[in-house]
Write a protein that binds this ligand. Structure first.
Ligand SMILES: *Cc1c(COP(=O)(O)O)cnc(C)c1O
Length: 507
């Protein structure tokens, strides 16, 4: 009896923690996080004077690996406090940078729960419930945007989702065993892919990783609306076919990262059907907008794609990381990624996600997405996405009304604009003025980001440097948006007084 009891005593493992201690630490941490979330609005978006040196100082990051440990409670509490002092808050209502969303609170808790289970969602047997929940999450995402997905999986983000689809398109297009023989066995025919000049840099990484090289990308000109030019795309495809190359993928963009422009996905779909080319849509940013009843027809045409990348960690407000790759053909992913090594005994009647993408061990990233889809439903997400877009259009109106701001673009939830001092607005076109306005706005961006009142990022539109506000943020309100022009103009005036070159001074 005694020996039996002894066998059940905790092993002396330094990482193990008694249940009571875990509870106490967990409660303390949840309290700290809840207080942070409640106080974000009253904090700067980014703390002032944040530098690499300052951060290394706060966390003592220049020390060598400690030989011995530190008590967990104090460590966690202090680390949380330090992180709160040194972080940019994308949960701040005035965070408008890049395309980075605030975390859904239920997603934060979902990640905590997922890591407690630590399911390895590569193989069904290791993660039965997690695998089935990921399946439903993927089906729901496809259903939300109206895409008839045959298969799909969650990955780390938009890049990974796009690359996953790119590799599947490459495998589908080759009339030789490209997985075994590689691209070198193409008998001189080059696999080529097409995207607009506004496309995201994922496609360069994809072409490089796949051994095609970035020269295999045809960068198609854009029209006046910054959409891929359909006639130029057709000419490029025809020229490649005539040269004996193998066009294998056209990537349309549903919401470009700079300005939110949506390509004519309907026209691209038609051309791809005609030419027998895989039609991929990069919907990392704007794909979810297809769920809105009033979505533009050219955006809804993503439903005709062979594959789509969407990003739950953008417009589904999932905590990082969560991207999603969707493919029409139910076998496309397994034909691309499955191998059957002797050390796996996999049940072929269930999904084993190792066979659907490049990852092997995989986390339960579906849980946070699934929980938020269940918490608010499709209607909840449609409402938040539509509200974000409405606020971005309101911002464009405020900008347009302000005599010292120039509205440059507005699409989906991205508004680009710049500060133009009143006396210079009539002098655009003069090379010195144009150069100064670019420089002024570039420096203004630094001042705005450092100032902590709002966080915007930048775009270059037709060679002109723009400030860029992207609203993928369910905390942002109308008054937050209304404040933006005032803050930009106030900081712009101060900066202009400081840096305007002599030659451009007011008379
Ligand atoms: C954000 C984005 C990507 C990259 O997605 P990550 O989640 O950052 O990997 C690719 N394409 C577009 C259009 C995007 O907006």
């Amino acid at each position: 009896m005694t020996t039996h009891m002894e066998e059940h005593r905790l092993r002396d493992a330094p990482l193990s923690m008694e249940a009571d201690e875990f509870k106490a630490l967990g409660h303390q941490l949840v309290d700290q996080i809840a207080e942070l979330l409640a106080s974000v609005r009253s904090r700067p978006v980014t703390p002032p004077n944040l530098s690499s040196t300052a951060i290394r100082d706060v966390f003592d990051l220049d020390t060598t690996l400690p030989e011995h440990g530190t008590p967990a409670g104090a460590l966690l509490t202090q680390t949380a406090r330090q992180l709160f002092e040194c972080s940019l808050f994308n949960a701040h209502p005035r965070f408008f940078g890049y395309i980075t969303a605030p975390p859904a609170p239920i997603g934060i808790l979902g990640d905590f729960l997922a890591s407690a289970l630590n399911a390895n969602v590569g193989i069904w047997t290791l993660a039965p419930a997690a695998t089935e929940i990921e399946g439903q999450t993927v089906r729901w995402i496809a259903e939300f945007i109206g895409f008839p997905a045959g298969d799909g999986l969650l990955v780390s983000g938009g890049n990974a989702a796009n690359i996953n689809c790119f590799i599947a398109a490459r495998a589908a297009a080759a009339d030789w065993d490209i997985r075994r023989e590689g691209v070198g066995a193409s008998r001189g025919r080059q696999l080529v892919a097409y995207a607009s000049k506004e496309a995201h840099t994922w496609i360069q990484k994809a072409a490089d990783i796949c051994g095609l090289g970035t020269n295999a990308i045809r960068w198609i000109e854009t029209n006046a609306d910054l959409q891929m030019d359909g006639a130029a795309l057709r000419r490029a495809v025809d020229a490649d076919v005539a040269a004996g190359h193998l066009p294998f993928l056209v990537a349309g963009t549903a919401g470009s990262v700079s300005t939110g422009v949506v390509d004519r996905l309907d026209d691209i779909a038609a051309l791809c059907r005609e030419k027998g080319i895989w039609f991929h849509v990069d919907g990392a940013y704007g794909g979810f907008v297809a769920a809105l009843p009033d979505a533009a027809p050219e955006l809804r045409a993503l439903r005709g794609a062979d594959s789509i990348a969407v990003d739950p960690h953008k417009w589904l407000y999932s905590p990082l990381e969560a991207g999603c790759a969707l493919v029409r053909d139910a076998d496309a992913l397994t034909r691309t990624f499955a191998y059957h090594p002797p050390y796996y005994r996999m049940d072929e009647r269930v999904v084993n996600y190792v066979e659907h993408g490049p990852q092997n061990s995989r986390g339960f990233r579906a849980l946070k997405v699934w929980l938020s889809l269940k918490q608010v439903g499709a209607a909840g997400f449609r409402q938040m996405i539509a509200d974000d877009m409405r606020l971005a259009r309101a911002l464009a109106d405020f900008v347009d009304e302000h005599p010292e701001l120039e509205l440059m673009t507005q699409a989906l939830s991205i508004t680009t604009f710049r500060y133009v001092p009143a006396d210079l607005s009539g002098r655009q076109g003069d090379a010195a003025v144009d150069q100064y306005l670019n420089e002024l706005n570039q420096k203004l961006l630094d001042d705005l980001q450092g100032g902590g009142e709002i966080f915007v990022s930048n775009a270059v539109v037709g060679g002109r440097y723009a400030l860029r506000a992207c609203i993928v943020n369910f905390h942002t309100t109308a008054s937050d948006v209304e404040a933006v022009p005032h803050i930009v103009v106030r900081q712009g005036r101060t900066l202009d007084l400081r840096i305007r070159p002599l030659g451009l001074r007011r008379e």
